[in-house]
Design a protein around this ligand. Sequence first.
Ligand code: CTP
Ligand code: MG
Length: 221
Amino acid sequence: MSVWAVLAAAGSGERLGADRPKAFVRLGERVLLAESLERLDASDWVDAIVVAAPPGWEEPVILLAEELGCGKVSACVAGGPSRGESVRLALGEVPDDAAVVLVHDAARPFVEDGVIARVLAALNEGWDGAVPVLPVADTVKRVDGERVVETLDRSELRVAQTPQAFVASVLRDAFSGDVSSATDCASLVEARGGRVKAVPGDERLVKVTDASDLERAAALL
Ligand code: CTP
Ligand code: MG
């Protein structure tokens, strides 16, 4: 069973507000992208990697992969205007005989083998896809403007992370329509009736969105 990883790193990082794309901001001694790229490359579960790079940053991504000795990087494509478009473009470089696609966000630097093993195990159990989730600690309200409309049942809610794993053919089908508004891949598979398993996520899989997240991530290095 060949597992291809798609690393979504093409975002501009608007909320971070740096002078370069988020993938290339500094996290400790290296750039943010280095962490997830090296970890995926080192994982025995991963056979090959396709990176979606910020448009115009394909060359720096390839140089970084070489510098880190990431021999599994098979292709690097320029990303699109949305995460969905970037993943779709990267999927175009995944060969037809790939069995499984693992999609991960470079914005989550600390991906580990444990969570990769959990999402892949779900596929072996017969699920179409798997997403790592964490419980919701806060009470969550649905609002309409300023007005609270509803308080949701927290026990039924989970926060979704990446890496998310999918049977390759299922993911390709899910990406055949409009993907521009999807914030994760699982939602596209769910929308088509695919069976997606929620598996335990990882507290260390923090997402770097703004400057304070970057500080918190640096403290975890
Ligand atoms: N991403 C991508 N292509 C895009 C937009 C996002 O590959 N056009 C990737 C990002 O690089 C990131 C992940 O999707 O790894 C999650 O996106 P997000 O955290 O929103 O990153 P950005 O879109 O870069 O940040 P912002 O929304 O603040 O601009
Ligand atoms: Mg974004």
